[in-house]
Design a binder for this molecule. Structure first.
Ligand code: HEC
Length: 307
């Protein structure tokens, strides 16, 4: 009798185990399908065009500044210093996220891009094949003028061609979970009817608003920080840079802000994590740092993490 009971119990436990595994498999299957339909979804980007400034010396110079110290296309582990691309991330369980080759060499994805193709990816976050770009922070660049975007493109195109294959993304379980559930497609975050305002450059809050577009992807639309969508899971949350006195930079002076951007040092003497690209911002022009400060002071104070 006791043996029979034990046998039944064993059977039940086994059935439970099989059921649990089936659920895990189903869950993973669902996740896999959702992530893949997200990655392969085709969208229509509104028509747009950029008047390219290829070969224009002053545009290339302006572009070099924007790309190297403001926009950060080659920063971190993205398109790389030679713009030949590489994995933004390549470790399980996130998997491989790949930033493609932007030079004119073999393996380039942008060779032959027209002004329309550039407008589609930079203003709307849509690739030439009609799919939404993953991780590429196009929403950060929508406030810049056509001239500034064309300058950035002219600079990138002035770089020597690099022959390097652009690999597809190959997401692992956590990468799939992120692609299925987090706002990692700029296309979904962009107001596609937005036309950048015509703003004169200078140490003003108006110009600061344009510059601050590049902080939003990480610090959020309200600049109060929080977990960075699609960021490396090992990164800390982006901090609150709204003027909140308790958790933001409300008590900071301009000098503190400038120091943080140029040296990565917070007023309490600690150093900011490399996820905050201060090594790139240290080359930012004085007027641009001032403009950012002026603009951020005008934002409503928000508690940390509300993004
Ligand atoms: C790629 C993501 C990313 C971008 C882009 C980014 N930041 Fe950050 N930032 C962070 C992270 C993450 C931290 C927190 C680092 C830490 O806690 O060590 C941070 C911290 C800061 C801090 C320190 C705040 C404090 O209380 O210590 C300031 C100031 C700052 N960022 C300003 C900016 C400005 C201005 C921009 C745009 C020009 C910007 N950041 C763009 C990720 C980013």
């Amino acid at each position: 009798m006791a043996e029979k009971k034990k046998g039944k119990l064993k059977k039940l436990v086994m059935m439970g185990g099989v059921g649990f595994l089936a659920l895990v498999a189903l869950g993973f299957g669902g996740l896999y399908m959702t992530a893949h339909s997200q990655l392969n979804k085709e969208v229509t980007a509104p028509d747009g065009d950029l008047a390219l400034l290829d070969g224009d010396k002053s545009a290339i110079k302006r572009g070099e500044y924007l790309v190297s110290s403001v926009m950060g296309c080659g920063h971190s582990e993205c398109h790389r210093a030679d713009f030949g691309g590489g994995p933004v991330m390549d470790k399980q369980p996130v998997g491989r996220v790949y930033a493609p080759n932007l030079t004119a060499g073999d393996g380039s994805v942008t060779k032959g891009y027209t002004g329309k193709d550039w407008a589609r990816i930079l203003r709307h976050g849509v690739k030439k094949n009609g799919k939404r770009a993953l991780i590429m922070p196009s929403e950060d660049y929508t406030s810049f003028s056509d001239e500034d975007l064309a300058a950035a493109i002219a600079y990138i195109k002035s770089m020597p061609p690099v022959n390097r294959e652009s690999l597809p993304h190959a997401l692992g379980p956590i990468g799939l979970l992120i692609a299925a559930t987090e706002p990692v497609f700029a296309f979904d975050k962009i107001d596609h009817s937005h036309k950048p305002a015509e703003v004169k450059r200078g140490p003003t809050k108006e110009w600061g608003q344009v510059m601050a577009g590049t902080c939003k992807g990480c610090h959020g639309d309200g600049y109060s920080g929080g977990k960075i969508p699609g960021g490396d899971p090992s990164w800390p949350a982006a901090r609150n840079i709204s003027p909140d006195e308790a958790s933001g930079i409300g008590k900071w002076k301009f000098e503190d802000f400038e120091k943080a951007l140029r040296t990565g040092q917070r007023p309490d003497g600690t150093t900011l994590h490399d996820a905050m690209p201060w090594k790139m911002y240290k080359g930012m022009e004085d007027e641009d740092v001032k403009a950012l400060w002026e603009y951020l002071r005008t934002m409503p104070a928000k508690p940390a993490g509300g993004r």
